[in-house]
Design a protein around this ligand. Sequence first.
Ligand code: GLC
Ligand code: MG
Length: 418
Amino acid sequence: MDRLKSSARLMIVSDLDHTLVDHHDPENSSLFRFNALWEAHYRQDSLLVFSTGRSPTLYKQLRKEKPMITPDIAIMSVGTEITYGKSMVPDDGWVQFLSQKWNKDIVLKETSKFPELKRQAETEQRPHKVSFYVEKEKAQRVTEALSKVLAGRGLDVKIIYSGGIDLDVLPKGAGKGQALAYLLKKFETEGKKPTNTLVCGDSGNDAELFSIPGVYGVMVSNAQEELLQWYAENAKSNPKILHASERCASGIIQAIGHFNLGSNLSPRDVADIGKDVENLSPGLEIVNFSLLVEKWRRAEVENSEMFIAGVKATILPSGVLIHPSGADHIMKEYVNILRKVYGDKQGKQFRILVENVLATQLDSDTWLIKFDKWELSGEERQGCVVTAILSKKDSDWFTWMHVHETWLEHSGQGEWLL
Ligand code: GLC
Ligand code: MG
């Protein structure tokens, strides 16, 4: 993780299902709010960590189903697999550590003697995780009996019950909490311990996250009974833990505000986009510009010459824009094209998602920005890598000087505006 040269300002460690991702929100509105907040105000100097019970296979599937931005670190299979970056480079040190006093064959043999345990899908059986389904009423009894048997066979295991249905057997040193402790220690050794850490969860396998010393924590409003019970028994007096009144990603945003961890104003919640010049950063400019175009095409802003004039004022007319097809345009053409597409996505599930926004300052008033831009239309998505030069000479706002777009791998390559 050498993207950051110094400590992360904020590290968010979030569970996915029913925490960051709301499966009861087909519009994904709270997820889109969070994404815009993160890219505008945190991506540059903070760390995003996803910590999920899902195996890499199901994690990748979720990423296809939901508009999720890319985390810096992915902790999968209930803290038994850690990978870094977009390309998901595995942490081999962690794997080695977990192999101590662990024997999957013995776990499989002993668990097969419990008829109450129904094996989960093959994708969810991992080198350091064996998973079952078990009915709520039987969970406690089975857990206790199984612990005894496995301890008797010389294994150090941890058994975790989540969502009122899932039972995971892991090495004792594994789990979401231990994986986080491992990462924090690693950062500390490098002299880059995050200034603040916020953990976010909703179910049993998240409980450990809240017991890591020093971290802030949010249980989303829709948290499961088993997590709330754990909290009531173990952490009630800890003022650094909040049970949010809002669901999923909105609960995370609420916690950022509650604990004063930084900006909690998502650009998606601002009616008058672009008027907040005081907090303007390259990241916010990128997010705001994409939101303006989204709203224009969804006809959520008024079709006015004022809007067009606003766009004109933020681009260098003679700048060059290279379309992913390779064709180049003069930037002022962009305005004419924009005029024509007003409302072309009205009533459609159209969103623009920008992610991985990275700004490098070239001199006192010029930035080189790189980011990924996705256009999502229902199930379909197309993406581009965008490289742009932004300047803030003689003004309070940014001017787009040059833009170069190339197709993202695995992306559809159909109709693409500019
Ligand atoms: C995810 C995993 C499953 C696990 C559950 C709880 O749903 O796919 O294997 O049991 O999380 O940790
Ligand atoms: Mg969850």
